[in-house]
Design a protein around this ligand. Structure first.
Ligand code: PLP
Length: 369
């Protein structure tokens, strides 16, 4: 490929599949002989509309999205959806109330944002540490809530839902930003799913929203028009200028996922990759420490400490320095939690996860464990 061989374990924006980058490079100056780049293309042109439609159709195929669900491509990132979700859905029921399951810092942020627009009920007592998912049978669900909100994979804390919660008939809204298309999902169990593209399915700038069509049309009057799902849906995500290039890159990633064999293959790979790392952690006699309860451990983001549960900062710095010398980068934990974090999104290969596992074993042996 002509570039330095680096293994990027970043949490996002994250590694892209090499064939996607090569195709984008090939098409950068001249997209399919048109003499212009996708970067310079009108979002109203038939060529761009073809890109949007193909991207949507590929996504529908990959996730088996039922016909009564609409797909929208928006700007504003995952954080934009923390606002857009309540602005569009909290008015579904008169009480203007929503239930939030807070299992990490992303769902916590979403709950704070929603409280600007209505009542927010956190369905369980505040967790001391984000290392588990409270048993759904203990959730205090409000039958009059407009929706129940959860985050499928907490990117910072490494806590992932291994099941789809039963909301007793209330609309379920889910942030899948950091596990989107890493496994098949039964879309029909959700009212709304959203995901920023910059982790598993593309680059920063575009956020996918999948919404059941009967939930359109309930936006509060204060809802900014660019975030009004009904407006964006009825104009094919082209009410205003969308993130054209990011949609194009997402389209290339979806084609790559299809070629690899789809969501099932992504899941098999992510099981294999995450096992390689967790096996090293579990076999390390406490040298590496993973905090989340084992059944809720994320396959996508693996935060861990070295030396002890609080992390030995000398060992952790040495680990990061040595990893960088082995061309393994972006392993530093999020600034709010520290430690190490290995993100194993779709574009990270099993071989690359294997290299990290081997490096972890060598590092441990150097320290006589
Ligand atoms: N939700 C989750 C699960 C995330 O991991 C992130 C970002 O890392 C966000 C939301 C926020 O996304 P953005 O930075 O696109 O606003």
């Amino acid at each position: 490929s002509g570039r330095k061989q680096i293994i990027n374990f970043g949490a996002g924006p994250a590694k892209l599949p090499l064939p996607v980058l090569l195709q984008a490079q090939k098409e950068l100056l001249d997209y399919k002989g048109l003499g212009i780049s996708v970067l310079e293309m009108s979002h109203r042109s038939s060529d761009f509309i073809k890109i949007v439609n193909t991207t949507e159709n590929d996504l529908r195929e990959l996730l088996n999205i039922p016909e009564n669900y609409k797909v929208i491509f928006l700007q504003g990132g995952g954080t934009g959806q923390f606002s857009a979700v309540p602005l569009n859905l909290i008015g579904l029921k008169e009480e203007r109330s929503a239930d939030y399951v807070v299992t990490g810092s992303w769902s916590a942020k979403a709950a704070i944002e929603a409280a600007k627009y209505g009542k927010v009920n956190i369905v369980h007592p505040k967790l001391d540490a984000y290392i588990t998912i409270p048993n759904p049978s203990s959730w205090n669900l409000n039958p009059n809530a407009s929706y129940v909100y959860c985050c499928a994979n907490e990117t910072l804390h490494g806590v992932e839902f291994p099941f789809v919660p039963d909301t007793k008939g209330t609309v379920l809204v889910c942030d899948m930003s950091s596990c989107f298309l890493s496994k098949p999902v039964d879309v029909s169990k959700f009212g709304l799913i959203f995901a920023g593209a910059q982790k598993n399915i593309g680059c920063a700038g575009v956020t996918v929203v999948i919404i059941r069509e009967d939930l359109l049309g309930f936006a509060l009057k204060e809802c900014p028009i660019v975030f009004d799902y009904k407006v964006q849906e009825s104009s094919n995500s082209l009410y205003n200028t969308p993130s054209t290039y990011s949609i194009y890159i997402m389209g290339l990633v979806l084609q790559w996922i299809k070629k690899c064999g789809g969501a099932q293959v992504m899941e098999q790979n992510s099981i294999a990759k995450s096992k390689l790392i967790y096996n090293v952690i579990d076999g390390s006699n406490g040298f590496y420490v993973s905090l989340p309860a084992s059944i809720y451990r994320s396959r996508m983001n693996i935060p861990f400490r070295i030396g002890n549960a609080n992390g030995d900062s000398i060992l952790e710095t040495e680990f990061l320095d040595k990893a960088a010398k082995h061309n393994m980068i972006s392993l530093k934990g999020h600034r709010s939690v520290g430690g190490i974090r290995a993100s194993l999104y779709n574009a990270v290969t099993v071989e690359e996860a294997q290299k990290l596992a081997e490096f972890m074993i060598d590092f441990m042996k150097e320290h006589h464990v």
